[in-house]
Design a protein around this ligand. Structure first.
Ligand code: BG6
Length: 482
């Protein structure tokens, strides 16, 4: 046992309860290698894995892009990564893919990577089908047969709606099998998000109260203070529902609401996730005005690259219901937006009040409800608020918060989500990646929210908590945002 003590918190790591796998040496091929995602997330994450000894020494990284960079320029961006190469050309040109194939054969032989290839498509989504098609034609997507293995990681958005998500999948599946496709939702790579699963399924004490009998409601908030920044080209055509709800927000909801999977095998976990999505009560046919608020921050239309008459929502709040035995009648309130008062992502499970108060003249409603809060970021941690007696001769109650702070307990901030996701993709573990059925169910659910004009767009002041209507939405059901 290795005990760690910090401010009254003890964390004991038991050998045998730590699972660490190291992948076989492989070639990581990054398309979009000259871009922002590669420099900000992918290369630093690969360097981190390498520094921790989790990336086998014989692995190599080949950056592929349309931009002419010298191999040295690319290497300079890949500090801390060994065996780094770069090539550029046109993604439409079959000859370029034949050259890529020859290069990969040479690198595979030189580094003895056994034909294992991980293609990461860090490119705009419209390019996915063409790149996959060309890789397939060049014979680079043979799948996990005869020793070698090709996997393809793609970034969200996976389509713009149900129809386009299906069309994209059909195009990818001409060349790939489902088990070769790794659809990233980076929220699932966050330590604090994975911890929701450990918290729920490695402790027996929460399961008995994790249901409609004890839970009053659940709140999921992803508040951002940043605005659209330099991404207007993408964001103005997408908006908050496509950007945050169809993926990150609904995934957070699924982890809270899912049934215990039969095992921690990827498909058993993903089966339960998709069941939650299937059980979401459709918004179609519901009174959208009562259940959904869409907003746009003041000044959004003046941002560079945003249309001057844009009706793209930058904020949404909604009440959702999961129609199953566990959650029937328990509202899930979700909200997310840009240019808000703060940067904070948290999931709060708010429990019901005591049925009767013994502490006259205090009524049950004078007692604060217990809330279990997963702070996803920043100040990562978990807290539980309980009512407690203030010391003294009188009966005086107050809310006490028991707090677990990730950085304090472990002496470091949680690692970057991409480190975990890249490692899992190399290992061939798709647990934290989205399966196509989940993608389709979430689009199906979001469709009524995508029809612009069906829901009024509420303006809101920057640095606020979003539109007033979001406060009214939750107040209508007798609750308030935390
Ligand atoms: C991305 C969205 O998927 O997630 C961005 O496209 C958003 O608009 C970001 O800002 C939030 O991620 P994080 O990790 O900063 O919470």
């Amino acid at each position: 046992m290795t005990p760690e003590h910090q401010k009254g918190l003890t964390f004991s790591i038991r050998e045998g309860l730590c699972i660490e796998h190291k992948p076989e040496p492989c070639g990581i091929v990054i398309f979009g290698a000259s871009g922002d995602l590669t420099s900000r997330k992918l290369l630093p994450s690969i360097a981190y894995l390498s520094s921790k000894g989790l990336l086998p020494k014989r692995s190599f990284v080949l950056g592929v892009a349309r931009t002419a960079l010298s191999p040295d320029e690319f290497r300079a961006r890949a500090k801390g990564v060994e065996n780094v190469y770069y090539m550029y050309g046109s993604y439409e040109n079959p000859d370029f893919f034949l050259a890529l194939k020859a290069r990969l054969q040479e690198l595979d032989a030189r580094h003895e990577t056994g034909g294992r290839l991980l293609f990461h498509l860090a490119v705009p989504p419209p390019l996915y089908p063409a790149i996959v098609e060309q890789l397939g034609r060049a014979g680079l997507l043979e799948g996990c047969v005869s020793g070698g293995c090709s996997r393809v990681v793609i970034e969200k958005p996976f389509g713009r709606d149900l129809e386009s998500a299906r069309a994209l999948d059909a195009q990818l599946k001409r060349r790939l099998r489902e088990e070769q496709v790794y659809r990233i939702d980076h929220y699932l790579g966050k330590e604090t998000v994975q911890n929701v699963l450990m918290f729920r399924f490695a402790n027996a004490i929460f399961e008995p109260v994790w249901n409609r009998t004890y839970v009053d409601h659940v709140q999921i908030s992803v508040l951002e203070n940043a605005g659209v920044e330099h991404r207007a080209g993408y964001y103005d055509g997408s908006g908050v529902v496509r950007d945050m709800f169809q993926n990150h927000m609904l995934m957070l909801l699924a982890l809270i609401a899912m049934e215990p999977p039969a095992s921690f095998e990827a498909d058993r976990v993903r089966d339960e996730v998709v069941k939650v999505f299937r059980n979401l009560r459709p918004l179609a046919g519901r009174d959208l005005e009562d259940h959904v608020v869409l907003g746009q921050y003041e000044g959004y239309r003046l941002e560079p690259g945003v249309a001057s008459s844009s009706s793209t929502p930058t904020f949404a709040a909604m009440r959702l219901d999961v129609d199953d035995w566990r959650w029937s009648g328990v509202p899930f309130y979700l909200r997310s937006g840009k240019r808000l008062c703060c940067r904070s992502t948290e999931v709060a499970v708010v429990f019901k009040q005591v049925p009767h108060s013994l502490f006259s003249p205090l009524l049950p409603e004078h007692l604060a409800e217990n809330a279990l809060v997963f702070r996803i970021q920043p100040n990562e941690g978990i807290s539980l608020t309980i009512e407690a007696k203030k010391p003294g001769p009188k009966i005086c109650l107050g809310a006490l918060t028991m707090d677990f702070d990730y950085a304090e307990a472990f002496g470091e901030r949680p690692p970057e989500a991409y480190q975990r996701l890249l490692l899992d993709a190399m290992l061939g573990d798709p647990t934290l990646f989205l399966r196509q059925d989940a993608v389709e169910e979430t689009w199906r659910f979001c469709e009524p929210l995508l029809k612009t004009g069906d829901i009024k767009l509420e303006p809101y002041a920057t640095s606020s908590e979003g539109p007033e209507a979001a406060q009214r939405l939750i107040a209508r059901f007798g609750r308030r945002w935390r």
